[in-house]
Design a protein around this ligand. Structure first.
Ligand SMILES: NC(=O)c1ccc[n+]([C@@H]2O[C@H](COP(=O)([O-])OP(=O)(O)OC[C@H]3O[C@@H](n4cnc5c(N)ncnc54)[C@H](OP(=O)(O)O)[C@@H]3O)[C@@H](O)[C@H]2O)c1
Length: 267
């Protein structure tokens, strides 16, 4: 990939998959606007990537706030930055049953996991369309492709939305130089499982089910270049998605319901 002269915006850039996107995009020559709440982490990353000779711009924002996307776009306009590559990635899981978390918190969760993704795509695709070039990666999950398990209730549905949303956008931009992909990782080593309070369950996972951020992000960047709309990293997860797709729905639901107990907090 040669992204010299391009500008990327990565949300959730302070850790895990987002941080790796920033690293690989900068290595490929892109300038990167990095968004997350922990500004200290963004500044550290920016300092680490200085040797690439590209620009990295830390931008602190809480993407569960309704006005965050508008403010981000106003900031970009103020800086004269046109975004060519958007990586919508920020996210986490709310442990427990649906009603064990207050509605106000669930609403903010939907804002972060659904509305912010949709609004940033809308606002930034407008410019991409005018310039005739764009790449959008929405970080969904294998959870968006298989039936949901109990607990973390809105996680799977929000990821299913992102898969379907990416497919709809990809269809709209078919035949242009604007490519849209949903990245659907399985379990990947990041801080995600500490934030979600599922580290203990995850430690019981067989090693072959765990993916590394490097291979996940490299694969996603290749996939968006090839205009692959839905990208699932790892043969083990491709197989899982294929299997749950060909099984009768009730069987697939039963399998996920059973295995979900091992890695989700549903209390
Ligand atoms: N790791 C996995 O097993 C896995 C599997 C499938 C899909 N995914 C998806 O991959 C994406 C990245 O997760 P990860 O594994 O890299 O987790 P992570 O290491 O915990 O990173 C999550 C990122 O999201 C940011 N974030 C969370 N809430 C935010 C908010 N309100 N406003 C702004 N930024 C926020 C965090 O930054 P701050 O805390 O600094 O704000 C952090 O940079 C998520 O969408 C997740 O659903 C992960």
């Amino acid at each position: 990939m040669d992204y010299r002269g391009k500008w990327a915006l990565v949300t959730g850039a302070s850790a895990g998959i987002g941080q790796e996107f920033v690293r690989q995009l900068a290595e490929s020559g892109a300038n990167v606007v990095m968004v997350a709440r922990r500004e200290d982490r963004l500044k550290e990353l920016s300092a680490l990537l200085q040797s690439h000779g590209t620009r990295t711009v830390p931008l602190a924002a809480d993407l569960s706030e309704g006005d965050a996307p508008e403010k981000i776009v106003a900031f970009l306009q103020g800086q004269g930055i046109d975004i060519d590559i958007l990586v919508n990635n920020a996210g986490f899981g709310l442990p427990g049953k649906y009603v064990s978390t207050r509605w106000e918190e669930q609403e903010k969760y939907l804002q972060l996991m659904v509305s912010t993704y949709a609004e940033l795509s809308h606002r930034l695709l407008t410019g991409m369309q005018e310039r005739g070039y764009g790449r959008v990666i929405n970080v969904a999950s294998v959870a968006g492709l298989v039936p949901p398990a109990a607990g973390h209730t809105l996680y799977g549905p929000s990821k299913s939305f992102l898969v379907s949303f990416s497919q709809a956008l990809a269809a709209e931009y078919d035949g242009t130089d604007i490519n849209v992909s949903a990245l659907c990782p399985g379990f990947t080593y990041t801080e995600f499982h500490d934030v979600n309070d599922t580290r203990e369950q995850l430690n019981q996972m067989p090693d072959f089910m765990m993916m590394q951020v490097g291979e996940t992000v490299t694969g996603a960047l290749k996939a968006v270049e090839k205009a692959h709309t839905v990208y699932v990293p790892g043969l083990q997860y491709k197989f899982l998605v294929w299997l749950t797709g060909i099984l009768p729905r009730a069987w697939a639901e039963r399998i996920v319901k059973g295995s979900g107990k091992n890695y989700r907090d549903a209390h």
